[in-house]
Structure formats: structure tokens, C-alpha cells
Design a protein around this ligand. Structure first.
Ligand code: ATP
Ligand code: MG
Length: 800
């Protein structure tokens, strides 16, 4: 060996190596084949067995020049060399020392390098010790994670203490690209080397950790997939043994999908789903979901269509057959049908029947179905508050189903049924979404050719469907929905109309329903009228039908008992035998004029109603109380009425401050029916005036109208319903706002012939008709003696 102290340059045989960096202390075998290298090796073996190993910059160069080789390399001891049968030599070298090339010569066909040693030794210090410990720990972790390194070498490496030696030992055993290893080799200062190693090991550890996580995840998945595959195969084999080939089922489904007439994209989706289904274990929950979905896709009509009856004359005949009266409405319906035939996508073409219960809204819609030859389906939206009821739940929910629209389309089985949306006014909304928004998509002719149900998850064309909505009132239907509808009002029937309906339809229907012959039971006109007057109290005919059914049932029982010869005639005298005592007596005829009572007319969901309004004066402090389930608008009408009375107190012969010592209580009985709207204004006012002036009101006069603070009477809605109600209870005079006079054209003549209608503009006129005696006959109001305790200190405004 050459003298380290003097650092004499020495010439040593040199071998360029590819992608390999040998560190001092490292034992490494490799194969030598290039001619120059073999010569250098032979030369070394002939001498002191030392050889200088330096790495090529570019491994692909077979015949490197001196400039292609890194200038720092390692002097190594050749421990062993074996000649292989193919002529190559396998050598085992042990790194001894790093050295820097000073010069390279090429004589005799191989390199000889003139070298300079790099004598760097680090001083032992606490920091260095700590650094050594840290790198050693990192390396240990590294070894544990990467199974590439032999554990023994670690032990060997871990034992050395010297920073230079340990850094070389570790650098030799970490898997790194040769460029990075060369960098480490060129760092002569052991501390610098250790620092670099710490950095490298940190990064490598991070990489190994990530890799390990991925590996274990992949492994777990592989295991599960293998298990499932194995079980599936087993299941298939078992099913085959049992003779239940699942192949048939998919074939069958495929056939059904192909023949369902689906649009292209839906068909594609179905086929895709079928493929997924095939891959699934047949008994799994997943496959049930998938199969159900396919069943729905197949069951919904995509192409099938009822042949439409396009003859308006036929439609007219059928409408006439099913319903009595309703002439204007039938006309509207026929016009509507005509337009639908001429225009392909008529705008705003959704019919909406609005009216009280039992006036035939649903049955008219049914008739339209019959008249146009379409299928008829009906869905009730009453109480629907969840968008999902219309549009369905996504398939990912357990037990998900399509919404009502798609369910009903499946029931109809054709793409062009008459689709009745009953009770659209009873829909509500909450946090689960607004069903009316979904309904809008259903009803809008511009949107409904691509209706999406959450469950089906494909576009469905509803444009051929004929939608008809029914509602009791209009004001609870959201405005955007109303905009898409053509509203047709059915206000209710007069007594005569009800009689006709009963004679022509209801009696016949109930006779049949109860298995009676025409002879078994006969209703006389007077008998029916008696039932209408004293057993029903409604705008429609539903209760009437029910009472007729009641009679029929009783007779059926007798027929069973006594034989087919039973003959019964229902007359006013015999009705009570079948229906019990009268439910509604004409109490109006028995009512007397009274103080503080006024008869109002209201328009509620169940049609027109007569409301008796009472006012009572008590000792008090000027409070106005209104009871009887009154809405805000009605409460405000009460306030307005009282303000009007106060401002006109002189006219009524009242002292200016009359209100200070009294409380007024207004009550509108009639059960717990919620009442609202401004049309009770003049009624409340009349009751207050009557109570204050002690002049009784006329009980045969009913009224409706909004009042202003100045006592003007403003127009209101629902005149026809209100007049029908007044007529029903036997009232003879009705006060209405002058501006509503135009509505009288809709009122049947038979009603106008018995009702006296008084159109008014001001409260004075109302009082003139409603009070029994003129105002100037008023007796002084019974203002109670007021004790000092009750004396109000200041002029408080009235509150209720
Ligand atoms: N003009 C009419 N001619 C013949 N029958 C009628 C007529 N109007 C109503 N009916 C009959 O009255 C019954 C009740 O009618 P329907 O069920 O259509 O009421 P509706 O208006 O839909 O009430 P609801 O608002 O309660 O749903 C039905 O049996 C119907 O045939
Ligand atoms: Mg109905």
C-alpha cells in the first residue's frame, strides 16, 4: 500500500464500472467481460490485488474514454475471481478507500490511474454522535420496511462507531440510483455524508410507507375478490346441479328489454344494467336492486298508445251521458278537446277543475278519459309534502321506488292516458323539498317531454299525457302552477239541478249497486227534494247520493227477507222511516229578528256557507274580541268595522266616547271551520251597529262585502256559491256589493226568481236593508255605570 501520511500519488490499474458505486468497506460481486477491464484485472491480480473502480457517467458506452468516467472512485481489494465458462470473470471485491484521479494513462490496452487519497477524518463530538444515532435509527427502520436489504449487513453496519465508516456502510446498503450514490461517494466529509444520508433516508422511508399501505390495501381487495369469485363459481355450480340455469333469466330479461320499445339511450342503459346484473352474485341484495330497476324500466310504457277517439260528436255524447247540466263546462271541455286535435302541443293545456266537494270534478275527468278513448289514472296529491313522492327516491336508498307519476304511468300501461291529479290544492311543502316544483316539470308542456324520475334516472316523455287537475280552492295552489292551468270552475248545484241529477243518475246507480229492480224502490220528486233539503247541506251531491244509498240498502234487506215483491215509494212522509229524523231543519223559518245578530255569506272549501255573526256588548275598557277561528284578514275587517262605527257615532245616536266603557265581543260560530277573507266586513259592522243601537237585524237578509274605513262596500269573490248557499237555507234577500252585480249573469234564473238581490255601495244602504227599523229610532245605548276603578286614565286605542 502507498503511504497515506505523505499522500504519494500512486498508479493503480483501473476498471470503469457501469451503474455501480463501491464504497469503502463494501463487499460486492460483479461480472467482468470487457477486454480492457479483464486486462486491468489480470494486472492487479499479478500485483498486490488492488484495483481502482470508477463509475461511468453513461452506462450505455461500451468503450469509455477517461472523460466519460467520474473522477472519484474506490480502491478495492480483489477477494476472489472465478473464470466463467462463457469467458467472463466473476469477481468479488472489497472497497478499501476512496480516491481521486489525478491522471489516467492508457498503455497496454487498459487504464492506469494516478490517484490521490482523501484523508478526511471527523472529530468525535456530541453532535456527531447524535447524528450517527439518528442515521442509524432511520436506517434500521428502512431495513424493516424494505425487505431488499439483508439484515446481517445492518448488524454489521450498526456495530461500527466511526462516522466515516458507518456512513459508507449505510450508503452502500441503501437502494439508490447510482448517480446519487456517486454524490455520496464524492462527499469526503463524513458529517456532510451523514446529513445527506439522513435526508435520503427520510424520503425513502416516506416512499416505503406509502408503498406498504397501497400494497396491503391491494392485497385485502384481492383476497375479497378471490373469495367472492370462488363462492360465485360454487353457487353457479350448485344452481346448475339444481337445474336452475341463470342464463335463461338474463336471456328473458334481454328479450323483454328489446321488446319494450325503449328510446335508444334508455335501451343502452338497460343493457348496461343487465350486464352488471350478470356479474353480481344472484342472491345478493345488490342484484335484487338491479333486477327491480330493470323490471321498472321494462314495465313503464315507452311506446304503447291507446287509439284516440277523435270524433267530437262521440265525446259530446259521452259527456252528456255521464253528467247532467254543467252545460258551459261541457262546452269548454269540447272546445279544449278540439284544440288538442288541431294543435300538437297546445300551451297551458292543463285543465283544472275547481269547486266544492261532490260536484263531479273527478267523475268529469273520468268521463273525458272515456270520451277520448284513453286510459284513466288518478293520483291524489292531498297531503303530499315530499318531492320524492312525485319524483321518487334515488336507487341508492334502501327500498327506493319511482314517484307517483311513473307508478301511475306503469298502471296506465300507455303513454297517453288521462292523468288526474286530484286535490292539487292540498299539497304542502316542507324541508324535504317542494312537490309543486316537481309538479311544474310534470305539467309544463315545454319541460314534460323530458321528465326525470330520481329512481328511473332516465328521461321520460310525458308530453302525450292529458293532465287534469282538481282542487277545492285555487288560492293555495302556487301561482306558477296556476299559470300552467286552464281553470274551470264548478260552483255547485241548485236544488233543482240536484233533483235532476238524483233522478237521472244517482237513483239508478244506487239501485244497481244494491241489487234492486226499478220496481223495488221508487223515489218521488217530493221525496227527493225532502232528502235534499232536510238530510243534506252541501254544494255537491255526494251526501245526497249517500242518503239515497242508505234508503236502497234498507230496502235490499227487506227484499232478502220478504222476497222480490217488495214495493216501496220514498215520499216526504216516508223518508224518515229510512233515514231517521231530519238532519237539517229549516231553522231559518223559525228564527226571529234579533239584536246584535247578522247573517253573513262566506265562501269556503266546501262551497258557499251561511255564517251567523253575533256581537255582544259588555262593561269594559274598549276592547274588541273576535272568536270563532277567524283568520287575520277577518280580524282586520273587524277592526275596520269598529273604526267606522266610532267615526260615525253621531249618526248612530251614540256618545262620542261610547267605546271607552265597553268591550265588544264578536263571535262567528259554525263549528271549528277556519274562516278568513275580507267579505265579512259589512256583516260584522251590521252586528256591531245593531248591538250598539239596540235595533234588531232582519234574519231573512244575508250579506257579503268588504268594508272600508269610510263605509264604502267593495266587491268580493264567489258570488254564485254564496247565493246558492243563501237560497239553500231559505233566505229571501241578499245584499251584495254593487261592483258584483255583473256576476249575476251566471246565476240560474230559478234562484234569481226567489231571491231579492240588493246591490249596495255604502254601509248606510246595508243598514237600511238589514236593520228592522230605521236608525233614527235607536234607543240610547246601554252604557253601564262605570266605577272609578274602571275609568281608563288615558285614551287608549282599541285593541283586541
Ligand atoms: N252533474 C252530474 N251529473 C251526474 N252525476 C254527478 C254530477 N255531478 C256529480 N255527480 C256524481 O257525484 C259523485 C261525486 O262526484 P265526484 O267524486 O266527481 O266529486 P268531486 O268533485 O271530485 O269531489 P271532491 O272534491 O270531494 O273530490 C259522483 O258519483 C258523480 O258521478
Ligand atoms: Mg274528487
Amino acid at each position: 500500500m502507498f503511504n497515506r501520511e505523505k499522500n504519494d500519488p500512486k498508479r493503480v490499474p483501473m476498471m470503469p464500472v457501469r451503474e455501480l458505486v463501491i464504497f469503502p468497506g463494501q463487499m460486492n460481486p460483479f461480472i467482468v467481460g470487457r477486454e480492457g477491464s479483464v486486462r486491468a484485472l489480470e494486472e492487479a491480480l499479478a500485483g498486490d490485488k488492488r484495483i481502482f473502480l470508477a463509475t461511468q457517467h453513461d452506462a450505455s458506452i461500451d468503450d469509455p474514454k477517461p472523460e466519460d468516467i467520474y473522477t472519484v472512485g474506490t480502491i478495492a481489494n480483489i477477494v476472489q475471481s472465478v473464470k466463467l465458462p462463457d469467458g467472463n470473470i466473476r469477481v468479488l471485491v472489497e472497497g478499501v478507500e476512496r480516491a481521486k484521479i489525478v491522471d489516467i494513462s492508457t498503455t497496454e490496452g487498459f487504464f492506469r490511474a494516478t490517484l490521490k487519497l482523501v484523508p478526511v477524518k471527523s472529530e468525535p463530538s456530541p453532535e456527531n454522535e447524535q447524528l450517527v444515532r439518528r442515521v442509524r435509527e432511520l436506517f434500521e427502520q428502512y431495513v424493516k420496511l424494505s425487505q431488499a436489504v439483508n439484515y446481517d449487513t445492518v448488524i454489521a453496519a450498526a456495530r461500527v462507531e466511526d462516522p466515516g465508516q458507518i456512513s459508507d456502510a449505510i450508503a452502500a446498503n441503501v437502494t439508490l440510483p447510482f448517480e446519487e450514490k456517486q454524490e455520496l461517494l464524492e462527499m469526503f466529509d463524513p458529517v456532510e455524508r451523514l446529513n445527506q444520508l439522513a435526508k435520503i433516508l427520510d424520503v425513502e422511508l416516506e416512499k416505503l410507507n406509502v408503498e406498504r399501505n397501497i400494497n396491503s390495501r391491494v392485497k385485502r381487495q384481492m383476497e375479497r375478490a378471490q373469495k367472492e369469485y370462488y363462492l360465485n363459481e360454487k353457487m353457479k355450480a350448485i344452481q346448475k346441479e339444481l337445474g336452475r340455469g341463470e342464463k335463461n333469466e338474463t336471456d328473458e330479461l334481454k328479450k323483454k328489454i328489446d321488446s319494450a320499445g325503449m328510446p335508444k339511450d334508455v335501451h343502452e342503459k338497460a343493457i348496461q344494467e343487465l350486464k352488471r346484473l350478470e356479474m353480481m352474485p344472484p342472491m345478493s341484495a345488490e342484484s335484487t336492486v338491479s333486477r327491480n330497476y330493470l323490471d321498472w324500466l321494462i314495465a313503464v310504457p315507452w311506446k304503447k298508445k291507446s287509439k284516440e277517439i277523435r270524433d267530437i260528436a262521440v265525446a259530446e255524447k259521452i259527456l252528456e251521458e255521464d253528467h247532467y247540466g254543467l252545460d258551459k263546462i261541457k262546452e269548454r271541455i269540447l272546445e279544449y278537446l278540439a284544440v288538442r286535435q288541431l294543435v300538437k302541443v297546445p300551451k297551458g293545456s292543463i285543465l283544472c277543475f275547481v269547486g266544492p266537494p261532490g260536484v263531479g270534478k273527478t267523475s268529469l275527468a273520468n268521463s273525458i278519459g272515456r270520451a277520448t278513448g284513453r286510459k284513466f289514472v288518478r293520483v291524489s296529491l292531498g297531503g303530499v309534502r315530499d318531492e320524492a313522492e312525485i319524483r321518487g327516491h334515488r336507487r341508492t336508498y334502501i327500498g327506493a321506488l319511482p314517484g307517483q307519476i311513473i307508478q301511475m304511468m306503469k298502471k296506465a300501461g300507455t303513454i297517453n292516458p288521462v292523468f288526474v291529479l286530484d286535490e292539487v290544492d292540498k299539497m304542502s311543502m316542507d324541508f324535504r323539498g317542494d312537490p309543486s316544483a316537481a309538479l311544474m316539470e310534470v305539467l309544463d308542456p315545454e319541460l314534460n317531454d323530458a321528465f326525470t324520475d330520481h329512481y328511473l334516472d332516465v328521461e321520460y316523455n310525458l308530453s302525450q299525457v292529458m293532465f287534469i287537475c282538481t282542487a277545492n280552492v285555487l288560492h293555495t295552489i302556487p301561482q306558477p302552477l296556476q299559470d300552467r292551468m286552464e281553470v274551470i270552475r264548478l260552483p255547485g248545484y241548485t236544488e233543482m239541478e240536484k233533483l235532476e241529477i238524483a233522478k237521472r243518475f244517482l237513483v239508478k246507480k244506487q239501485r244497481e249497486a244494491n241489487g234492486l229492480s226499478d220496481a223495488n224502490i221508487v223515489f218521488t220528486d217530493d221525496g227527493l227534494r225532502h232528502i235534499i233539503r232536510h238530510y243534506t247541506h252541501e254544494s255537491g251531491v255526494r251526501n245526497l247520493e249517500r242518503e239515497i244509498a242508505n234508503c236502497c240498502r234498507k230496502i235490499s234487506r227487506r227484499v232478502v227477507k220478504e222476497g222480490k215483491e217488495v214495493r216501496v215509494e220514498v215520499t216526504p212522509a216516508t223518508v224518515s222511516e229510512y233515514l231517521g229524523i231530519m238532519k237539517f231543519r229549516e231553522i231559518w223559518k223559525e228564527k226571529k229578528n234579533e239584536i246584535g245578530l247578522a247573517i253573513g255569506l262566506a265562501w269556503t272549501e266546501v262551497g258557499g256557507q251561511v255564517l251567523v255573526t253575533e256581537a255582544q256588548i259588555m262593561e269594559g275598557k274598549g276592547r274588541l274580541t273576535l272568536t270563532g277561528k277567524l283568520g287575520d284578514v277577518m280580524q282586520e275587517s273587524g277592526q275596520a268595522a269598529l273604526s267606522y262605527v266610532r267615526s260615525r257615532s253621531a249618526n248612530f245616536g251614540l256618545p262620542k266616547d261610547f267605546y271607552r266603557h265597553i268591550d265588544i265581543h264578536m263571535h262567528v260560530p259554525e263549528g271549528a271551520i277556519p274562516k278568513d277573507g275580507p267579505s265579512a266586513g259589512i256583516t260584522i259592522c251590521t252586528a256591531i251597529v245593531s248591538a250598539l243601537t239596540r235595533i234588531p237585524t232582519r234574519v231573512d237578509v244575508a250579506m257579503t262585502g268588504e268594508i272600508t274605513l269610510r263605509g264604502n262596500v267593495l266587491p268580493i269573490g264567489g258570488i254564485k256559491e254564496k247565493l246558492l248557499a243563501a237560497h239553500r237555507v231559505g233566505i229571501r234577500t241578499v245584499i251584495i256589493p254593487k261592483d258584483n252585480e255583473k256576476d249575476l249573469v251566471d246565476i240560474p234564473a230559478e234562484i234569481l226568481s226567489v231571491l231579492t238581490v240588493k246591490p249596495v255601495e255604502s254601509m248606510d244602504e246595508v243598514l237600511e236593508y238589514a236593520l228592522e227599523a230605521p236608525l233614527h229610532t235607536a234607543v240610547p245605548p246601554p252604557v253601564p255605570e262605570v266605577s272609578a276603578v274602571f275609568e281608563p286614565k288615558e285614551d287608549k286605542s282599541l285593541t283586541n
